[in-house]
Design a protein around this ligand. Sequence first.
Ligand code: AR6
Length: 177
Amino acid sequence: MKIEVNQVALECRVGDIAAQSDIEAVVNAANAELMPGGGVAGALHARAGRELAKACAPLAPISPGEAVLTKGFNLPNAYVIHTLGPVYGRDEPSEELLAHCYRQSLKVAENQGIASVAFPAISTGAFGYPLVSGAEVACRTVVSMVPELSHVRLVRFVMFDERAHEVFSEKLQQVAE
Ligand code: AR6
């Protein structure tokens, strides 16, 4: 699905975050060390190649809610924005920290003059954040940032499966109304 808020396109799709060839910056649901891991981080590092981990090393560790920028190397994207989501039930206040991930990632994109950004569902995999509340935080935060965006013209949520896609699409529609 796709909607427009103040001339910014907001989209939700099923797909692989490592295969978004029309997007300038993809967001990595990273670990604190910014090293390859499972899930999103595994997929992005695998496609980017070893240069990505080398570029990440001097930027690590990062804290929950923080976001940093590297090039995309062999990814089809110019940049990767690495953010560390909260571990649900451990990093508190988890809702604020998760909102911070989306906010800081968009700020990094704006500072770099990036026009399009794709997000995965941060923290909702290995870090255990419940999908519905994770989607709520993601959509609310991104929509609330729209008035501050002058370079970013497209924000895409890339969901790994149909259920996540449904949940994010519904939330996005709700909060944009
Ligand atoms: N494309 C899009 N979404 C994906 C993909 C993909 N290729 N792979 C998984 N997802 P996760 P987290 C979905 O675990 O919860 C890593 O090991 C997945 O279904 O990648 O923030 C890191 O090294 C889920 O909904 O990120 C960290 O240690 C969402 O993306 C830790 O996991 C996020 O799942 C970060 O955990």
